[in-house]
Design a protein around this ligand. Structure first.
Ligand code: 13P
Ligand code: SF4
Length: 408
């Protein structure tokens, strides 16, 4: 297996306000909330005047705007959202639950998505064309999703074709990817997965009858860790049957023989938040807290996941803690907003954060109360800010890949 590299330099995330591209060249600074970043799965434009963060009336303003909109608006909130935002969500969930909830609300003309850009894109694809999906801050992207660009994925497919393996390869893309990559996946007979159904998605992919007539392989995008953890731990595929395709190197840094021998071709992407959890932290918490159970998200590395007691999506993490007995001790390896909320909601259980330092998802945190108020008050005035629209040419194939997931 190629070594697991979670270094930040290899894939510098595009942070509005001062980003660095993958070649290390300084990029023009984008003022926060202005302009656009063509290299990212999200834009950064935020029109109009934002309410001041210091405004003591923000909670009341959000409440009043939401009440005025009534049934016209449906607010979805991912579990990593801030407390100040999540309190206004009509439904909270992991990526899978939110995709399903968006698809199940045909009566709401406006869906306000408190999450990140790829989630809002999926919601737009899954909702009726008359419905409008709004992302309160367009700078809420995802550094992992940015690690797989449409053009890079097409180059990878060319490399697989040249190696004679594309006809036997089924692409599986994690929800955390652009609509264009979901579209590529749908077009090539593959499907989308989330952290809560990756095992079923991989089993589906390996059961496909491919055009090449050989044993299917999977090209897993863009999170190498979710792909490896699922393939090896849940499907029993060998670590030596997984290779890592590096989009920054010719042929992905792989020989034709390596591509031919592999069963899982893992895209070299990772989550910068979950990449911070280490096996040393797992060992340290076991030393410190007697009887502690370690519960982590599958975006963590294979090494960390192998040393944890339980692994699952954000929804699974919540369900596990809710059903845990009083007095039990837990160390949780996922985004800090969620872990803090769990600790507050369950004072009868000892809940520790696996990392010793602050570990928020910077882009999830872009959605704050001023942006939410701005969006809701805009709707009250009849102004639609930050609508997410996926072109139908892309959306059609992406919908195919999403529908295959929803049908699993
Ligand atoms: P889930 O909520 O689907 O577990 O995903 C976590 C995540 O990283 C979303 O970006
Ligand atoms: Fe992306 Fe990681 Fe943030 Fe999820 S937690 S939105 S994968 S950067």
């Amino acid at each position: 297996m190629s070594s697991v590299d979670v270094s930040e330099d290899a894939y510098a995330p595009h942070i509005p306000g001062g980003s660095v591209d993958r070649s290390g060249t300084a990029r023009a600074l984008l003022l926060l909330g202005r302009g656009s970043d063509p290299d990212s799965e999200r834009g950064v434009d935020c029109p109009g005047e934002l309410p001041a963060i210091s405004d003591p009336g923000l909670v009341e303003r959000a409440r009043a705007a939401k009440a005025a909109l009534g049934e016209k608006v449906f607010v979805l909130g991912h579990h990593y959202q801030r407390d100040e935002v999540i309190q206004f969500a009509d439904v909270t969930g992991d990526s899978f639950k939110l995709a399903r909830e968006a698809a199940a609300r045909p009566q709401a003309p406006y869906i306000v998505f408190c999450g990140v850009h790829f989630m809002a894109e999926s919601a737009d694809i899954l909702t009726a064309s008359s419905q409008r999906v709004l992302l309160p801050d367009l700078a809420a992207g995802c550094s992992m999703a940015d690690m797989a660009r449409d053009v890079q994925v097409h180059h990878a497919w060319d490399a697989l074709t040249a190696a004679g393996v594309a006809a036997d390869t089924v692409p599986v893309t994690y929800m955390n990817s652009s609509a264009a990559i979901k579209g590529f996946t749908g077009e090539h007979g593959g499907l989308v997965c989330t952290s809560s159904n990756a095992e079923r998605a991989l089993r589906w992919a390996f059961a496909q009858r491919t055009e090449g007539g050989g044993q299917p392989k999977v090209l897993f995008l863009p999170d190498q860790h979710l792909g490896r953890n699922t393939a090896v731990r849940q499907l029993g595929i060998g670590l030596d049957e997984c290779v890592v395709y590096n989009p920054l190197e010719p042929n992905g840094g792989l020989s034709v023989e390596q591509l031919q021998a592999a069963r899982m071709i893992l895209w070299r992407g990772h989550c910068s938040v979950h990449g911070r959890f280490t096996t040393a932290q797992v060992a340290a918490v076991r030393e410190r807290v007697a009887g502690v159970r370690v519960l982590v998200h599958p975006e963590c590395t294979y090494e960390v996941v192998s040393q944890a007691d339980l692994v699952g999506s954000t929804e699974f993490i919540i369900d596990t803690i809710e059903s845990a007995p009083a007095g039990s001790s837990w160390a949780i390896g996922t985004e800090l907003n969620l872990v803090r909320r769990l600790a507050q909601a369950h004072p009868d259980k000892q809940i520790t954060f696996l990392e010793s330092t602050v570990c928020y998802c910077a882009t999830m945190n872009r959605i704050d109360l001023p942006h939410l108020v701005h969006t809701l008050e805009g709707l009250v005035r009849g102004e639609v800010y930050n609508q997410i629209t996926v072109e139908e040419t892309v959306a059609a194939n992406a919908r195919t890949a999403l529908d295959r997931m929803l049908a699993l």
